[in-house]
Design a protein around this ligand. Structure first.
Ligand SMILES: O=C(O)c1ccc[n+]([C@@H]2O[C@H](COP(=O)([O-])O)[C@@H](O)[C@H]2O)c1
Ligand SMILES: Cc1cc2nc[nH]c2cc1C
Length: 347
């Protein structure tokens, strides 16, 4: 299929165990920090260290348009992808605001916006001016699907070389909850009823229409559930492929990658078809408001900390996890141990 190595480097069981022991000794009830403890253990395993590296972070926001938008599956006009891409580099979107607050760099990469973005702060890696309408033809070619993944890998590699300890994934793409629903239905054999949600707030009537469109797309395109590139090319999007590429490259280099919402788990499903254990390397952030998120996260065994009913995308939920990551660092740095206080538990 491509030049993927056979396996990923393993996460460190030793560092996971050491972190668990360390947390158990802190002056608090055993397990008292709940999901924050799971987060610390996961980071220690991925990074192979007790000295968690989390201070330099970067959110990679990939922007692309979707031909299927012409069938009325979104409440939002296509041009909002381009508008928000520029708005992000100018510092005024949800992700730009949160990233500034939580000390995170943001890069916006155009991998397929349907118009030219004349802005020097945007990284220009356009594959095409939007995907084709997947109702009438595959969204993109097999080669373009691979290219979208490779651009994600390249941008992740660049961010890692620039010294980032943590990567966050984000996206902009009107109608991409339609593409993501189709990907997830194909990848995990889920029904349209189980997976499709209201995206960026459509009406009930449009929701019924969206479900019919996605079902018809799946019937016509017949994506091969065993071939992630076939799925991505037939019913995917360029920004989704790029998100998958970031996940793959981060895992390959042992750098934790923080997922965002529904689109990021569509990307995860593509990556998971290549490496079934990819979930060991990703940090879930929040349970998006989008209907299918819960069933997919349960299926792949990921338990996000946040449930804020977010439906923004852009990497916003991933950025909101950063204060939780900073909280772990503060706890590990400042708390003393039960032994320091001469406290023992009775069995
Ligand atoms: O991240 C999510 O879970 C999420 C849920 C709903 C909407 N979005 C964002 O809204 C856009 C897609 O919504 P839609 O209705 O056009 O498919 C796209 O730009 C996403 O970033 C994102
Ligand atoms: C304004 C707006 C911003 C977004 N950002 C991601 N998806 C979006 C959809 C809308 C409508």
């Amino acid at each position: 299929m491509s030049n993927w190595s056979k396996t990923l480097p393993t996460v460190s069981k030793v560092d996971r165990h050491k972190m668990q022991v360390r947390l158990n000794h802190l002056c608090k009830p055993i397990g008292g920090l709940g999901k924050l403890e799971e987060l610390a253990i996961k980071l220690a395993g991925i990074e192979h260290t007790q000295q968690l590296k989390t201070s330099k972070r970067c959110c990679l926001v990939f922007a692309a348009d979707h031909g299927i938008v012409s069938l009325g599956v979104s409440a939002t006009p296509r041009k909002v992808t381009a508008i928000q891409a520029v708005n992000t580099v100018n510092g005024h979107t949800t992700i730009a605001s949160l990233a500034k607050q939580f000390n995170c760099d943001v890069k916006v990469i155009d991998v397929g916006v349907a118009e030219d973005l004349e802005n020097s702060k945007i990284i220009h890696r356009k594959i095409r001016y939007g995907t084709a309408n997947m109702m009438t033809q595959p969204a993109m070619s097999y080669q373009e699907a691979l290219r979208s993944i490779n651009i994600g890998r390249e941008q992740a590699d660049l961010a890692i070389r620039n010294g980032n300890d943590l990567l966050l994934i984000g996206e902009l793409g009107m109608a991409n909850t339609t593409a993501s629903s189709a990907i997830l239905a194909a990848a995990y054999g889920l029904s349209v009823q189980e997976i499709v949600g209201f995206g960026s707030a459509i009406s009930e009537k449009r929701y019924q229409h969206k479900k019919r469109v996605i079902q018809e797309v799946l019937n016509r395109r017949q994506p091969d559930s065993n071939d992630p590139i076939d799925i991505l090319s037939k019913v995917g999007g360029f920004e989704i492929g790029a998100n998958a590429g970031v996940i793959l490259e981060s895992a390959r280099q042992g750098i934790p990658v923080v997922l965002d919402g529904f689109i990021s788990i569509a990307a995860l499903s593509i990556a998971q078809k290549i490496y079934p254990n990819i979930t060991d390397y990703v940090i879930p952030s929040h349970l998006s408001h989008e209907k299918g998120m819960k069933i997919v996260l349960e299926k792949v065994g990921l338990h996000p900390i946040l449930d804020l009913h977010l439906a923004v995308g852009e990497g916003s939920g991933a950025a909101l996890l950063l204060p939780m990551i900073d909280a772990i660092q503060a706890l590990l740095a400042n708390m003393n141990t039960l032994e320091d206080l001469h406290v023992g538990f009775v069995k």
